[in-house]
Write a protein that binds this ligand. Sequence first.
Ligand SMILES: N[C@@H](CCC(=O)N[C@@H](CS)C(=O)NCC(=O)O)C(=O)O
Length: 216
Amino acid sequence: MTITITAFEQSPDGGMGLARDTRVRWALEEVGQPYEVRPVSFRAMKEPAYLALHPFGQIPTYEERGLVLFETGAIVFHIAQRHAGLLPEDVNARARAITWIFAALNTVEPPILELVIAKFLEGDKPWAKDRLPLVQDRIRSRLHQLSARLGDADWLDGGFSAGDLMMVSVLLRVKPSGILNEFPNLSGYVARGEARPAYRRAFDAQAAFNAGKPPA
Ligand SMILES: N[C@@H](CCC(=O)N[C@@H](CS)C(=O)NCC(=O)O)C(=O)O
């Protein structure tokens, strides 16, 4: 069974792990599933052939024996359901881990994306200077709540799960702003995620792909 995902032909971050194929690569590495990567250009992403796979013309997509998925939440959830290692067996613990996937994507990622928009897409607008601190404070407020919940635990609910994989992936996007460092337990949490061998393999594969090198 071959799994194929799509990724930017040339990632805007140059392969530093911020493009969303990283979280899918990471999930596949955690469960030990090999995969292939099909590069797509920005132009091809908006053409009918690609829109048939992904209605919003984005990366990543996931293809496996006639199944086509988009949205990283759905893809990571599917991988975690199908293969052991990312969701607990206990039904309630499993439901809680899935809750954290949703929390990462629906509650924590939106203010972080606002910062990306405020800085890189609207940074030249006359109101950008006034807006930026408001956006940063909304992130702080979310991270404060998340930090309180994590406390001194290693992971959000018992052992590492797909919920942590998604939360760490989302928090990595705020790392370059320096805001994450204001929350030492969250920086430690992200560092634990980044130290996982599966994450390292995913990161290195993405970096090599962007550098035009074959996978190691
Ligand atoms: N909610 C989607 C977001 C996908 C997304 O925004 N992908 C970005 C790359 S990280 C993209 O393709 N951007 C180009 C575009 O939207 O045209 C998911 O989690 O899969």
